[in-house]
Design a protein around this ligand. Structure first.
Ligand SMILES: Nc1ncnc2c1ncn2[C@@H]1O[C@H](COP(=O)(O)OP(=O)(O)O)[C@@H](O)[C@H]1O
Ligand SMILES: [Mg+2]
Length: 273
């Protein structure tokens, strides 16, 4: 199982929005163009089932869990569990459904007040840190990056971590400035994907949807791009297909899941069912 923890010591940076959309993106393989699915499935695979994703909400505010409760039955397609317990390892060990990809949402507080986040980082294969270009708190991020580096040292560098710029204003000069400042001060890799400030994200949360049920293709492409980058970090030897790109042979990957066909469910189809 690959565990992806979404964490940032600050509140309101887009952790829950990222968690729910990334889980949706991974579960439905929204990053793989339809024409590439058959070719992609020929990559040697060790699992004989479609990748099963789950989202675990460890924030006592439970915004991801409440959001998922507002979604129509079957719209997400993956389970969303909620537990504010500090020992996330115990919660994960008690999960009895087989899961290939677990996304963990965490509360936006500093590590010393946030045992669930610390415990989740200990389990993680990858930590994604959403930050808002317009409200960088580099001091808090530096502290958090130190904790991540410490964990990397004690586990021989196994943990990957990357910053994700979120809620960026269109054509914002702030994004370039934030990239530079984050690179200099925080020193963790920064994903190429930038999540824009878009009504669709706020509307999705308010209406029990994801951006794939709303008509914002720019937001959909952002989530596809995020999913692609996350998949590349989790499965570094797998070739990331792009339209028109022939599949190059890669070494067999132990736990690269079979990619299912992505058909976003519409809300009306769910109500009709
Ligand atoms: N990219 C975005 N564009 C517009 N609004 C956003 C975006 N990301 C998050 N929001 C809104 O900002 C608020 C905080 O987002 P949330 O994901 O709950 O942050 P966190 O989990 O880090 O506290 C929510 O109201 C959410 O709908
Ligand atoms: Mg949250």
């Amino acid at each position: 199982m690959k565990t992806i923890v979404i964490a940032c010591p600050k509140g309101g940076t887009g952790k829950s929005t990222t968690s729910l959309h990334l889980a949706y993106g991974l579960h439905h393989a929204v990053d793989i163009p339809a024409g590439m699915l058959d070719a992609h499935a020929k990559v040697p695979l060790s699992t004989d089932h479609a990748p099963v994703t789950a989202l675990l909400d460890t924030d006592p505010q439970m915004s991801a869990a409440v959001w998922s409760d507002a979604c129509a039955e079957g719209l997400l397609g993956f389970p969303v569990l909620a537990s504010p317990r500090p020992n996330v390892d115990k919660v994960v060990a008690a999960m009895n459904a087989p899961t290939d990809q677990l996304v963990i949402d965490t509360a936006g507080m500093a590590a010393e007040k946030n045992p669930a986040m610390t415990s989740a980082v200990l389990l993680a294969d990858l930590v994604i840190i959403p930050v808002q270009a317009s409200a960088l708190d580099t001091w808090a991020l530096e502290q958090f990056a130190t904790m991540i580096r410490h964990r990397q040292t004690v586990t021989g560098g196994a943990l990957q971590a990357a910053l994700l710029i979120t809620q960026a204003a269109p054509r914002s000069q702030l994004v370039a400035a934030a990239r530079q400042e984050l690179a200099e001060v925080v020193g963790l890799p920064i994903l190429d994907t930038v999540i824009g400030r878009r009504k669709a994200y706020a509307e999705a949360a308010a209406r029990g949807r994801t951006v794939f049920q709303l008509r914002d293709t720019a937001a959909q492409e952002e989530i596809a791009s995020l999913t692609r980058e996350v998949r590349a970090l989790l499965h570094p030897v797998a070739v990331q297909p792009s339209a028109g790109d022939a599949l190059k042979p890669g070494k067999p990957v132990d736990d690269l899941p079979v990619i299912p066909r992505f058909v976003p469910p519409s809300v009306s189809s769910l109500h009709a069912a």
